[in-house]
Write a protein that binds this ligand. Sequence first.
Ligand SMILES: NC(=O)c1ccc[n+]([C@@H]2O[C@H](COP(=O)([O-])OP(=O)(O)OC[C@H]3O[C@@H](n4cnc5c(N)ncnc54)[C@H](O)[C@@H]3O)[C@@H](O)[C@H]2O)c1
Length: 397
Amino acid sequence: MKVLVIGGDGFCGWPTSLHLSSLGHDVIIIDNFSRRRIDEDLNVQSLTPICELSERVDTWFELTGRVIRFVELDIAENYDEFADLIKNEAPDSVVHFAEQRAAPYSMKNATTKNYTISNNICGTHNILNAIVESTLDIHLVHLGTMGVYGYGHEEPIPIPEGYLDIKIDTTDGREISDSIVYPPNPGSIYHMTKTMDAQMFQYYAKNDRLRITDLHQGIVWGTQTNLTSMDDRLINRFDYDGDYGTVLNRFLMQATVGVPLTVHGTGGQTRAFIHISDTCQCIAQALSHPPVSGARPMILNQMAETQTLADLAKQVQSMTDCKISYLPNPRNEAERNDLNVRNDLLRSFGWEPTLIKDCLLTEITEITERYRDRIDTEKIPCVSCWTERQELAETTS
Ligand SMILES: NC(=O)c1ccc[n+]([C@@H]2O[C@H](COP(=O)([O-])OP(=O)(O)OC[C@H]3O[C@@H](n4cnc5c(N)ncnc54)[C@H](O)[C@@H]3O)[C@@H](O)[C@H]2O)c1
């Protein structure tokens, strides 16, 4: 099939583009390179030396004979150009990665809050609008986040795949069953944009019968897939800075340079994780199993396992012998939570998850140790604070 990968130069988008191309799909990447520019603005860089997209796709062609085309375009700012591209290319599917994806960056200041809202909401709406305008039957696969469910439950309540079965008492004394979108509970401006995306998907699936799959993805860890490791010029990015570095990456960096792992708060926060290779596989599965036109959006929980941050730190400690220090939490979040996630649908497509305990050592030896000369330790701490009203943060967390 012909697939547009929007945001295909990013951390998840690049290995997914290679994976889809290797499966024989005709892949076209669209990206505005905003992620690379944000690195420059923040004065940070990927730990791994990533090549320009033109060199990446040339290398892929050199190694495999497969062509990946790319178009530089801001889909949030240039609706007409994007709508023309959709009409002219007439893709079977669109994979949408193109959002500002860091919660700490979205909470940094008024400018980054505004940027996250306008980029993510306008970008998603432009895609939906352009698909409708094209009159083509295009399947949209969007990368959402597990964070839309919120992390507020202390009880082991199962998180369903997007929809919650409920019973309602009618005014004439009967009890009826229904299934509603799981109540969103975003914990940052970034997460809020994902819950707003989800609302737009409900509307467009209902009103325009668009076929939409929303993947509620856990925190992606790992750097390389079997395809990005074919050649150094294909290497994937590894973010470790306080804004874009996810928790496991920052632990690995701290362990590599021999400073204590910084756990914010008690470490009792439970989060969902998935390896980058599994991200690619799950997206390919989602593309092969689209919902029918007229159905509500298909929601899949794209995550392999859950861990508390304290347990994660202990796993890294057991492999590296580092120390752990507990710091005040800049986030406005519960100190501990349960996270009991159903992922039956993706598992039913035949996906076997990769677990952190099986691959963590490879990540240390092949990535953080190998590129340790590029580490800037000053960039690791997270400085974004969720609320200036610290008293409020203390009473609600
Ligand atoms: N990385 C994770 O742990 C994770 C977890 C859950 C969900 N997700 C979601 O997956 C998606 C991809 O995440 P990622 O880690 O690859 O992020 P990333 O920042 O590495 O990649 C996003 C890409 O989209 C591009 N982009 C952003 N806005 C654009 C626009 N308006 N027009 C064109 N291109 C644009 C960027 O330049 C970048 O290359 C995001 O939507 C994110 O919310 C990521």
